[in-house]
Design a protein around this ligand. Sequence first.
Ligand SMILES: N[C@@H](CCC(=O)N[C@@H](CS)C(=O)NCC(=O)O)C(=O)O
Length: 213
Amino acid sequence: MKLYNYFRSSASFRVRIALHLKGLPFEYLPVHLAKGEHKQDAYAAVSADQLVPMLELDDGTRLSQSMAIIEFLNETQGGPALLPPDALGRARVRALAQSIACEIHPLNNLRVLKYLSKDLGVSEDVKNTWYRHWVRDGLESFERQLAAMPTSTYCYGETPTLADCCLVPQIFNGKRFNVNFEGLPRTMAVFDACMKLEAFQKAQPSACPDFEP
Ligand SMILES: N[C@@H](CCC(=O)N[C@@H](CS)C(=O)NCC(=O)O)C(=O)O
């Protein structure tokens, strides 16, 4: 398998975590988002949405959208299950994952931030305030959702799931923008628990071949 991705992309990071949790080897194909490589012909020729991540299977099949990719891997590959066996558990995990991937991340994506700066002319300060506001707001909601469920080591239960694959990259991203993580005890305890695992460490930006400090 080949993963088109970028060290700093949180959607890519989700898929790297899932691949490592399942122990699946993959070829790392960097796409430099900051240099706009995702918009250039070479990547546009293979990726219809011109976003990362994109997973290419050994038979050439290409998959986009991190959560669809993770669910596909979960259904077709061995290794630990990333969704619970029961329908209610799966709904809970998907709700947590979507709280990150659908409520927080789209507001803070590279193209959204670029549009704020370049097209709408907002200052760096205002852009960062926007970023921090939506991440903090989303994480407060995430914390309330965790607090409504029994205490567990990971987002849902005692093994990492799709929800943890989404949460950890969002926290990394928030750290880059100095988001305030105070008052989020369950969320940050889950983050710390995840980061003790080798799969999460191997997937983190600083462990990527294209990492830039
Ligand atoms: N919902 C998509 C999001 C994909 C996405 O937006 N990826 C970002 C990097 S995290 C990207 O390629 N951004 C390029 C841009 O915004 O121009 C997923 O989960 O895969």
